[in-house]
Design a protein around this ligand. Structure first.
Ligand code: 8Z2
Length: 286
């Protein structure tokens, strides 16, 4: 079995990006959109910081993808705690403004960056712990589910889930598969079909998250878990992760173009655009 899990897929990621037939907007030079704190040689805390809700637009996805690459280039680094500095939100998913009244080429680049992000995160051999300080919605939920472990704040107002179907979106198969691998087929079917949103205690019961802690203990508990897992023999842990995830990962890696086309076609649909417009207006009205 190949132990070079990440690099096995990396050339494909590069190929995908390089094949975008137009110039992406230049990367943002802002460095305050996230923060990386190296707690030791073995693990780091990676904090998203794009108020108000850490929504993921193309430039931000590109920045985050670069940072995931940076982590992979560090052989001593065993794990990353992924969290957010934005009060009460981990991530609200893709920036809806990227999907509404969008230009197809930009939309294509956004979706390729989303695919890259998921492939890099889900396919990483490193330990990722999601420290969920606030709302975890749509792609934000897919990101959390792609980590190895999820710890969430004990706050009944905090929401986690995917409500794509309310907007007329059929969640992509890799999102479905990630959820199936987390909570099982039947619960995934109910969750996606009926646009279920859970509070932390409901999510814990379902297995969508692994632990609930008070907000003041979120990081200390995440570090405690990380330190325990850093002691597990690295090679065996990595090989186990690879063997558990490679089949799901391969389904997107070998099917990226179809996934891109499906996303573009469904997002450009006039009915979906209409829904997105109403949804955006309802968010702004609050
Ligand atoms: C459904 C498809 C699944 C698709 C699932 C399939 C997965 C793969 C494809 C992924 C697609 C996506 O992720 S699509 C993204 C779907 N995301 C969502 O539906 C989440 C929508 N957001 C929320 O529910 C809420 O904002 C929430 C996160 C709980 C925070 O609530 P709060 O009351 O704290 O804050 P709000 O007042 O609502 O929001 C603050 C501002 O942020 C803006 N804002 C909020 N979310 C935003 C977003 N995703 N993109 C852009 N802008 C957003 C609001 O318009 C406000 O703008 P101003 O009024 O101007 O300040």
């Amino acid at each position: 079995m190949s132990i070079n899990f990440y690099s096995k897929f990396f050339p494909l990621i590069k190929k995908g990006v390089a094949s975008v037939p137009f110039q992406l907007r230049p990367l943002s030079t802002r460095t305050d959109l996230f923060n990386v704190e190296n707690k030791s040689e073995e693990y780091a805390i990676f904090r998203l910081n794009k108020p108000p809700v850490n929504s993921l637009n193309l430039e931000y996805l590109n920045l985050l993808n670069n940072q995931l690459d940076e982590f992979e280039r560090n052989p001593k680094l065993k794990g990353i705690i992924l969290t957010s500095d934005v009060k009460s939100t981990f991530s609200a998913g893709v920036d809806i403004l990227e999907m509404y009244k969008c230009e197809p080429k930009r939309l294509e680049a956004v979706w390729r960056a989303v695919q890259d992000f998921w492939i890099k995160l889900y396919g990483s051999k490193k330990i990722y712990i999601a420290a969920l300080n606030g709302h975890v919605l749509a792609l934000g939920c897919a990101i959390a589910m792609s980590c190895d472990y999820r710890i969430m704040v004990d706050n009944d107002k905090t929401k986690i889930g995917i409500t794509a179907v309310l907007l007329g979106i059929n969640a992509p198969s890799w999102v479905k598969n990630t959820m199936i691998n987390t909570i099982g087929f039947r619960e995934t079917e109910k969750s996606l079909k009926f646009a279920k949103i859970y509070n932390p205690h409901q999510a814990l019961k379902l297995g969508l998250i692994d632990e609930i802690v008070s907000s003041d203990k979120l990081l200390s508990r995440s570090e405690e878990v990380m330190k325990t897992w850093c002691k597990i023999p690295t090679l065996a842990r990595e090989m186990t992760k690879e063997s558990m995830r490679s089949e799901t990962l391969g389904k997107l890696v070998n099917n990226r173009e179809v996934d891109v086309q499906e996303f573009i076609t469904s997002t450009m649909d006039p009915h979906l655009q209409d829904n997105l417009g109403k949804y955006l207006a309802s968010l702004k009205k609050k």
